[in-house]
Design a protein. Structure first.
Lengths: 104, 216
């Protein structure tokens, strides 16, 4: 058994059940919003915002990151979020690849 | 040997000899894998979102029944399998072998239900004429061929992850029962399982809810 296993501490079953209820409620809210008439950009933003909240709940509680040392959180999360944001920002630039082909 | 005691915060924390994260190397390895895998899915979903927003004629082939209701049930299966995985980890750390194996079994059942429902959805869509580079929807039909490519790539890669997760959990359950795997192994396989759940939290709204057929 690892030395670290004894350090396993965190929320109890009631806390995990609350997170599960919240995730189910957010999923139903997303389905409800999908049937509201709105622009594609606005719907994408709202659904992604709710999904980020769900992902944060899963990472913090189910994956236990909230109860780990903060240095681990700082190592893992900001870099991942930054890289994914950069994907989204620079993806449109990849279309330029077609113009870089030689010979045309 | 006080300086080498793992998990002890001290002035020499970042000078070697101590574990700055206070987790096992196996667990750190799984976290790093999860980060790299999240970048893979992040790239796929960013590409999809770009194609979706920039296409005026994107197909909306998913009616409330069966597609959206079945996809919501699939989400429920994955979320429930995550809570059963949490129960398995809690019991593993308490040393309850029987309860751990039982909760791992429930987790695998949730995953199997997800894969079965998803495979059924795939066959249904293929039957309607959806292919990776063409589809019968849009005006004119098939004018947005990227729909099939993005749908099959994102959901296919996710389904592969769920299938691998079920195999891993079966192996961990067998090993934990025999005593060859520790509670640490159960917890680390749980991290992977929760990550698979997390990815679906993005695929479900992006691929399904952004393509609902409101008229049906």
């Amino acid at each position: 058994m690892s030395t670290f296993a004894t350090e396993h501490a965190g929320g109890g079953i009631p806390l995990y059940m609350k997170v599960w209820y919240a995730l189910l409620a957010l999923t139903l809210l997303e389905v409800f919003l999908a049937y509201k008439g709105m622009s594609v950009g606005l719907m994408l933003s709202i659904l992604m915002g709710l999904s980020v909240v769900k992902a944060a709940l899963i990472v913090a509680y189910f994956m236990h990151l909230r109860f780990e040392r903060f240095s681990l959180v700082l190592t893992l999360i900001p870099m991942t979020v930054l890289c994914i944001c950069l994907f989204s920002v620079f993806f449109a630039d990849s279309v330029r690849l077609y113009d870089l082909r030689w010979p045309r | 040997m006080a300086a080498t005691t793992v998990g002890q915060a001290s002035a020499s924390l970042w000078q070697g000899g101590a574990s700055p994260y206070s987790i096992s190397s196996k667990k750190l390895g799984m976290w790093l894998f999860i980060v790299s895998d999240s970048l893979t899915f992040g790239a796929l979903l960013a590409a999809y979102a770009y194609a979706r927003v920039s296409s005026e004629n994107w197909p909306t082939p998913f009616p409330i029944y069966p597609s959206i209701i079945v996809a919501t049930v699939m989400t429920f299966c994955l979320l429930t399998s995550s809570i059963t995985m949490v129960m398995a980890v809690l019991n593993a750390h308490k040393g309850n072998v029987k309860a751990t194996v039982r909760w791992l079994g429930f987790t695998m059942l949730g995953g199997l239900a997800f894969v079965a429902l998803h495979a059924n959805e795939w066959f249904h869509l293929i039957g309607e004429g959806l292919r990776p580079f063409t589809n019968p929807w849009g005006d004119p039909p098939g004018s947005t061929p990227l729909f099939g490519a993005s749908f099959f790539t994102c959901t296919g890669l996710h389904m592969l992850h769920v299938t691998i997760g079920i195999i891993v959990l079966a192996n961990i359950a067998r090993g934990f029962k025999k005593g060859t795997y520790s509670a640490d192994h159960v917890e680390i396989s749980g991290l992977y399982w929760h990550f698979v759940d997390l990815v679906w939290m993005f695929i479900f709204p992006l691929l399904y809810l952004m393509s609902v057929n409101r008229a049906a």
